[in-house]
Design a protein around this ligand. Structure first.
Ligand SMILES: C[S@@+](CC[C@H](N)C(=O)[O-])C[C@H]1O[C@@H](n2cnc3c(N)ncnc32)[C@H](O)[C@@H]1O
Length: 252
């Protein structure tokens, strides 16, 4: 999740932050700026629950010993590390992101197997088609400047039968969390926007992002089948999964 950052001047992009849409250079600069506090704020804002959500996301990715996994927009690498626990020494996990500072945070971590944390743009992945058993993204898809393109790229790099998993914050529909969410996201967090546009951007980007039903349609639109999702944590977290179909005329 996008954490709260330290004080910074409001830039010309404040308006874009308020609408929840930032251009790629602004997204990258924002994550470079908040990278050092990202993990702490993640744990504070989710009361440590994000680890559990990552486990559930990786359950849906259905990866096990020997699997090859790409974690897109990996940030400080926690979802990639969860994948690494599961694939073991015979598997492979790559974490990719376009923020050097976030990647630096990932590279400082101890990992169960060596994980290359590589610079890469999710909208133009530098990996061959059909290379991975699963491609995952945690709290990153909301920041893609072109969500459909990001989903298409994740679909491209997984093998037929492989899975694409999207773990993301969503807007709760029912009380009590919808009430709490409104107070927190609509009133308190935007007040902090005077210190850093990340505060303004976080709630706005969640609101702008497609709800679970629409996101499922986007996964299908990217070419995935058997798309399903679960909503957890009282309705604030959605985890989507879809499978890449076998080529027409091929086995399965
Ligand atoms: C909220 S953080 C999530 C980090 C991590 N996946 C996690 O689960 O904590 C979003 C990350 O997405 C990355 N990101 C956003 N758009 C990207 C893109 N087009 N290509 C690569 N990384 C991107 C940012 O640099 C940032 O590290």
């Amino acid at each position: 999740m996008t954490p709260i950052a330290g004080a910074a001047e409001r830039g010309p992009s404040s308006h874009a932050a308020a609408s929840g849409t930032l251009e790629e250079p602004q997204v990258r600069a924002m994550f470079d700026r908040i990278a050092k506090v990202y993990d702490v704020m993640n744990s504070v804002m989710t009361a440590g629950l994000h680890h559990r959500w990552r486990e559930r996301a990786m359950d849906l990715a259905a990866v096990g010993p020997g699997s090859k996994v790409l974690d897109v927009a990996t940030g400080t690498g926690d979802l990639a590390i969860e994948a690494a626990r599961r694939v073991g020494p015979t598997g492979e996990v790559i974490g990719s992101d376009f923020s050097e500072e976030m990647l630096a945070g990932a590279r400082r971590k101890q990992t169960p197997i060596p994980i290359p944390f590589e610079w890469g743009n999710a909208l133009e992945l530098g990996y061959e088609t059909d290379r991975f058993d699963a491609a995952t993204v945690g709290f990153g898809a909301r920041n893609f400047s072109d969500l459909d393109q990001g989903l298409r790229e994740m679909t491209r790099v997984v093998k037929p039968g492989g899975r694409v998993v999207v773990l993301e914050i969503t807007t709760p529909q029912k009380p009590p969390l919808s009430t709490f969410y409104e107070a927190w996201f609509d009133k308190l967090v935007p007040l902090l926007g005077r210190f850093d546009e990340a505060y303004t951007y976080l709630p706005a980007s969640v609101k702008r992002f497609p709800g679970p039903h629409d996101l499922a349609a986007k996964l299908a639109g990217a070419g995935l089948e058997h798309v399903r999702y679960l909503v957890t944590a009282g309705g604030i977290i959605a985890i989507h999964v879809g499978e890449k179909p076998a080529p027409a005329g091929g086995p399965g």
